[in-house]
Design a protein around this ligand. Structure first.
Ligand code: PLP
Length: 391
């Protein structure tokens, strides 16, 4: 008897890039005080008003099986939100409620990639992307980007890899780079999708965290609604990471097939979580939840402007900073381990997110302002010391 390679190849056999994170967790368990700037988890919890809505729903009896594509009121609310933000006509039939963005990533690739097809994605990337693609029997193909371009993809680089590809996955605002794709970048992507007949999977889970420029959904570009599947989530916008709720927006026919996929996998999302999400979407909390990251990004810009060793990739959105530490002579992994040992500050090596981010580190802006500013100041001083030692 054998296990399916779809399962056994999930982690790709290489390092999963979480070594620094795991070492930090071990240090914390051993009693060390470590400033954790690793994962994308808010330093606040889900708002009490959302929890109250969840409790009221559960106590009111919404604890049985919920309708699989999602409760109609929530699908309508998501459709209205997407339509208001993008101008693209969107109705209930275009929306599937999913247990978070991660499930939506899996489902959209399952829907669009035949066995063995190439599935393109932009490097640097959110760490689960390659495994998700392997998990549906497709072949992950990273499209390299460059720090000098602010890690925005070039259409020609996507096109060069598109032979035999079924899909392209993009993520703006971007984790880990903080890039927000401008119109020209998205138009270039749309042209390749048209020319190469690709599905576009647009991961927009950070769409409420934009610090500079505007979030533009590629679904709004001419002719793109029929070939774009948008992934949304309540995790980042409403600090509901543990509630596991998100959505896919796309053509009604695709949503109908995906609803059948949901039936044979998750059988939907708990009704009381959906009711809480419905409340949250109407709560107006989004700006308040994004505000700390906006503040800390401004703090970081000030701190980084005072030195020349650590470079800041323009942080236009999302809850992370991508820092260029190549002047220290170390790669991202070595720098992250050295920083953890010397300063007890945990950050993610850029290499955890693909080869394009080598020589960089990702800093999550997920601790209180004072602690964040202090940690960033110490990180810069540490980098300056290393760079001087290079000298
Ligand atoms: N996409 C990106 C780019 C992410 O950073 C994350 C989580 O960190 C997800 C998707 C998955 O989010 P969730 O499954 O919590 O909605």
């Amino acid at each position: 008897m054998q296990l399916s390679t779809r399962l056994t190849n999930l982690n790709g056999g290489g390092s999963d890039g979480w070594e620094v994170f795991l070492r930090a967790r071990e240090m914390i368990a051993a009693g060390d005080t470590v400033i954790e700037l690793t994962i994308g988890e808010h330093d606040i919890r889900t708002d009490p008003s959302i929890l109250a809505a969840m409790e009221a729903s559960a106590r009111g009896g919404h604890t049985g099986y919920a309708t699989v594509p999602g409760i109609p009121a929530l699908r309508d609310a998501v459709a209205a939100r997407v339509q208001a933000r993008t101008g693209v006509r969107t109705g209930r039939a275009n929306v599937l409620i999913t247990p978070g963005g991660q499930a939506a990533l899996f489902m959209t690739h399952h829907a669009t990639c035949p066995e063995g097809a190439r599935a393109l994605f932009i490097d640097p990337y959110y760490a689960t992307y390659p495994g998700t693609i392997r998990g549906v029997g497709a072949v992950p193909v990273p499209v390299r980007t460059h720090a000098a371009d602010g890690f925005r993809p070039r259409a020609a680089d996507i096109d060069a890899l598109a032979d035999g590809a079924a899909s392209l996955l993009i993520n703006s605002p971007n984790n880990p780079t903080g890039a927000v794709y401008d119109r020209a970048t998205l138009e270039g992507i749309a042209t390749v999708c048209h020319d190469r007949d690709l599905w576009l999977i647009s991961d927009e889970v950070y769409d409420t965290q934009v610090w500079q420029g505007d979030h533009l959904s590629p679904r709004a570009l001419p002719g793109m609604a029929r070939r774009t599947l948008v992934i949304g989530s309540m995790s980042k916008s409403h600090a509901m990471t543990g509630s596991r709720i998100g959505w896919i927006v796309g053509p009604a026919e695709v949503i109908s097939h995906l609803s059948a996929l949901a039936t044979v996998t998750t059988y939907g999302v708990p009704g009381f979580v959906q009711d809480a999400a419905l409340f949250a979407l109407g709560s107006g909390l989004e700006d308040q939840i994004a505000a700390p990251f906006r503040r800390r990004r401004a703090l970081a810009q000030d701190i980084l402007a005072r030195q020349n060793t650590v470079g800041l990739i323009p942080a236009e959105g999302a809850m992370y900073l991508m820092l260029d530490i190549r002047a220290t002579g170390l790669d991202g992994r070595a720098f992250a381990f050295a920083l953890l040992d010397a300063e007890k500050i945990a950050v993610m090596p850029g290499e955890s997110f693909g080869q394009s981010a080598a020589g960089h580190i990702r800093v999550a802006m997920t601790v209180a302002d004072d602690a964040f500013a202090d940690a960033l100041g110490r990180l810069c001083a540490f980098a300056e010391g290393l760079a001087a030692g290079q000298g």
